[in-house]
Write a protein that binds this ligand. Sequence first.
Ligand SMILES: Nc1ncnc2c1ncn2[C@@H]1O[C@H](COP(=O)(O)OP(=O)(O)OP(=O)(O)O)[C@@H](O)[C@H]1O
Ligand SMILES: [Mg+2]
Length: 154
Amino acid sequence: MAKTELKSSKRMIVYTMSYIKRFKTKNYASVRREAQFLNIAASHGLAPEVYDTDYKTYIEMEDLEDMNIGDLYANEIENIPPNIIAGMYSIVWFLYYVCDIEYLDLWPRNFVERGNRVFILDFGDAKNKQKRCDKYLAKILKSGTITHWNPEFL
Ligand SMILES: Nc1ncnc2c1ncn2[C@@H]1O[C@H](COP(=O)(O)OP(=O)(O)OP(=O)(O)O)[C@@H](O)[C@H]1O
Ligand SMILES: [Mg+2]
């Protein structure tokens, strides 16, 4: 649970549920990168907010509380509503063209629908924009929709 103290004349403490992702890897640089990417995406309202991290073993973030798209609908693209696919596509588009992030682990379990919005999770395999865009991502961006999941991560 994350505690936020608001500065005001009347002191108020707001408790927000948090989700803690834990890591066993010794590759601390990858945990740091994941937290940094999450922060960037969250600053645009695309991902859960990061509350706390030691950049090594855990990232504590906003709990989106809803099921991931894979559990909610299906893992097969054709069984996922078109507006959800469009939401996923626009997040990946925005991350690439506006945030300079190549999001590669594109599959439904890394997305959550909350209210009428789609959020992205799991930047464990995301990269800074490379000189030459990843082939799979380039194909998806060019096609204007998500035609298939990244086979490298299935
Ligand atoms: N902030 C969050 N709020 C709610 N649920 C979350 C949150 N982060 C992760 N989850 C849930 O945990 C699942 C796994 O999270 P994530 O993809 O970040 O970890 P992972 O290590 O890649 O696990 P997996 O191998 O299952 O993909 C997500 O599919 C989602 O259901
Ligand atoms: Mg994942």
